[in-house]
Design a protein around this ligand. Structure first.
Ligand code: GLY
Length: 333
């Protein structure tokens, strides 16, 4: 088992990565916890034993259930069971479950501790780490949420063996991102080591900027187009697939701004291709619609902010040139 630590002062927490990590749940529960509300989905099929009185709450499958109505239903179930701040929420599943259950934990009784048992590659290397929780609005992805750090995260790599291939590829989109955030040689590592290397990278970024005042935005590399594509495709494209296209697009934008050269764009394309991920827009999506959606991105505080590669590495950059953005979209069409 590889043990890492997210260093956030008195809100620091451990992340355990390895086959069978889910069996460590009792070890990482906050001290004195009375009961555990396990939140999962039917399709996850992973059972955990918190070693204290518990009840399982099942939320529906599918991104179209990641909305405030599901959070309300869950909170009402918590209330009927009598969940208190002396208890714990245990989210068992992928990013949808950890985002939604984490958000319910953040707001129920103004904050109940949460432990994430991440069962997908995407959740293990991204969603479950760093305290971002939330749900979608019809207007865009993850537009409502809260920062709510978990008490611990268990990344059980055994659960990845039975993931449907498309769900596994969903995580590879995020893994490809880390290759541009300074994590070298990912493809040569064992699965446990690769997951741990991504978590280590994210841990360092989150510790330096927990609430995304600046640097944490680099974790959104590839996500501006990625989120727009998810919304425009009505979530037909999976997050990691959309991010993969977004990585290539971000390189094309950076090229047009003179921040990187053509060889670096080729490196982006090669990395995405090596993970067998898509690099072009799906048919039927209009570039002008995507540019409109860029403006709804949470990073768009002042005009359009992209995360772009450049001489100093990946960083947030304001891009005002709509024609340049449209031209770069043609390169991924
Ligand atoms: N997924 C990006 C972040 O956690 O900041």
């Amino acid at each position: 088992m590889i043990e890492l630590q997210i260093e956030l002062g008195d809100r620091s927490y451990p992340v355990r990565v390895g086959a069978g990590a889910r069996h460590h749940l009792l070890d990482v529960l906050p001290i004195g916890v009375r009961r555990a509300a396990i939140v999962t989905q039917e399709a996850v099929g992973v059972t955990v034993d918190p070693g204290v009185e518990h009840r399982t709450f099942t939320i529906p499958d599918g991104e179209d259930h990641k909305h405030l109505g599901t959070v309300e239903d869950l909170c009402r179930d918590f209330a009927r069971w009598g969940l208190t701040r002396g208890d714990v929420v245990v989210a068992v599943g992928g990013g949808l479950v950890t985002d939604l259950a984490g958000f319910a934990a953040a707001i129920f009784h103004r904050g109940v501790p949460v432990v994430h048992v991440a069962t997908t590659l995407l959740a293990q290397i991204d969603a479950a780490i760093g305290g971002k929780t939330g749900v979608n609005l019809p207007e865009g992805k993850n537009l409502v949420g809260a920062f709510w750090q978990p008490a611990a995260v268990l990344c059980d790599t055994e659960t990845l063996a039975t993931l449907p291939p498309r769900e596994y590829r969903n995580g590879l989109g995020e893994m490809a991102k880390y290759a541009f955030l300074g994590v070298d040689g990912l493809r040569d590592l064992s699965l446990d080591e690769a997951v741990a290397a991504c978590v280590r990278c994210k841990a360092e970024v989150v510790a330096s900027d927990e609430r995304e005042g600046g640097r944490r935005a680099i974790l959104n590399y590839g996500h501006t187009l990625g989120h727009a594509l998810e919304t425009a495709s009505a979530y037909d494209l999976r997050h990691g697939e959309a991010v993969a296209i977004g990585l290539v697009y971000a390189a094309e934008v950076a090229l047009r701004l003179g921040r990187i050269d053509a060889a670096r764009v080729v490196e982006h394309r090669r990395t995405v291709a090596a993970y067998d991920l898509p690099m072009t827009l799906p048919p039927g999506i209009e570039p002008s619609e995507l540019v409109e959606l860029f403006g709804r991105d949470k990073k768009a505080v002042d005009g359009l902010t992209f995360v772009l590669d450049g001489p100093a590495g990946v960083e947030p950059v304001r891009v005002a040139d709509r024609a340049l953005l449209l031209d770069a979209l043609e390169a991924v069409r």
